[in-house]
Design a protein around this ligand. Structure first.
Ligand SMILES: [Mn+2]
Length: 346
């Protein structure tokens, strides 16, 4: 803030409020943390989260936004009381931004999400401990998937086994809706699970994530009941080498675009370049998708302490898809897989 000549920072993204204050609201409450360059921070909370915020937030004053009062009015008043001239913010809708600008005509408001992400994307030891716990829980869910997978069971029944196992490990919610996509359904990367029965010879994409103290994990394996045909075995082995080669290139200083390129080149050379329809991976932490991004258009450079996914895939309409994904910690000269489920060759 000093370097950028800012008098205060306004944090409204709920996960970032948790990151800076220690108060986590899992239900996307409307909160605002005002951090002045000098002095104590203030966390504004509605009645629904006020008592919990008072209980959990550290190093800040918690102020109640009463029923009938508007959060944006409280933010504006607080900033006026602080006599600020230049304020950065992390996350405001265009409507909130326009409204706040009108209330604070003499204050310069600057959109600066990267100032927060630059801190959040480098995980400290306490955060890594949580991320490792979340990864263990996902491994346990994946183990349940492997143990329970049977011909004739519905995708949602397998998802139920996975989620039960993660809950039993202490997962406080799920990092995202569990994906179990079998046979032809597995070609769509954003499908969830359905009542479709898993048939012999189906590729089954299983994508799971657990949550510990707000920190998330993300892991995908592609399973099969019975044995694969030639094409299925081929796309599996191409995806696996893309996954492994990208993993070998992940370390501090590597360009994210370059790591994506390593995986994409392997898939492209095998003739499936246009069937790898998303980036190689994404940062993960309190949010499921965070910076840095590993994609053909990313300008990010990997740093020690980044936690990212490595998830190459091939999706073929009608035949189905293969995705293999791990959550990975970037280190100085290499990387470390946090998710450790066995990758069984189909
Ligand atoms: Mn992912």
């Amino acid at each position: 803030m000093v370097k950028q000549d800012r008098d205060a920072f306004l944090i409204t993204k709920v996960s970032s409020v948790y990151y800076f204050s220690g108060f986590l609201d899992h239900r996307e409450a409307v909160l605002a943390l005002i951090v002045p360059v000098d002095g104590r921070s203030t966390l504004l909370a509605h009645e629904i989260s006020y008592d919990a915020a008072k209980d959990q937030a550290v190093d800040c004053d918690v102020e109640l936004v009463k029923t009938g009062e508007k959060m944006l009015d409280k933010i504006a008043n607080e900033l006026l009381t602080l006599k600020v001239r230049k304020v950065s913010f992390d996350h405001l809708s265009s409507r909130s931004y326009l409204s706040l600008s009108a209330k604070l005509a003499k204050v310069e408001l600057k959109d600066a999400p990267n100032a927060v992400w630059d801190l959040r994307k480098v995980k400290d030891d306490d955060e890594l401990e949580c991320l490792r716990r979340a990864a263990r829980m996902a491994d346990r869910g994946m183990e349940a998937a492997m143990e329970n997978l049977r011909e004739g069971m519905r995708e949602c029944d397998l998802a139920a086994e996975i989620e039960y196992a993660m809950r039993r490990e202490g997962s406080e919610c799920f990092a995202f809706d569990t994906i179990v996509a079998s046979g032809p359904r597995s070609f769509h990367p954003h499908t969830l699970c359905s009542s479709k029965k898993i048939e012999r010879g189906d590729l089954v994409i299983v994508d799971v994530g657990a949550v510990y103290k707000g920190y998330r994990s993300d892991e995908t394996r592609t399973l099969i009941v019975g044995s694969p045909n030639k094409k299925q075995a081929e796309i599996f082995s191409v995806t696996l080498s893309a996954h492994d080669e990208a993993l070998a290139a992940m370390k501090e200083g590597a360009s994210a675009k370059h790591v994506d390129r390593i995986a994409r080149d392997i898939i492209t050379k095998a003739g499936y370049g246009n069937r790898f329809v998303h980036g190689l991976g994404h940062g993960i932490g309190l949010d499921i998708h965070e910076p840095p991004s590993l994609s053909p258009t990313s300008n990010d450079v990997l740093q020690k302490g980044n936690v990212v996914t490595d998830e190459p895939a091939i999706y073929i309409p009608r035949l189905g898809g293969v995705r293999i994904e791990d959550t990975v910690l970037v280190k100085e000269n290499a990387c470390e897989k946090l998710t450790l489920s066995l990758i069984q060759e189909v």
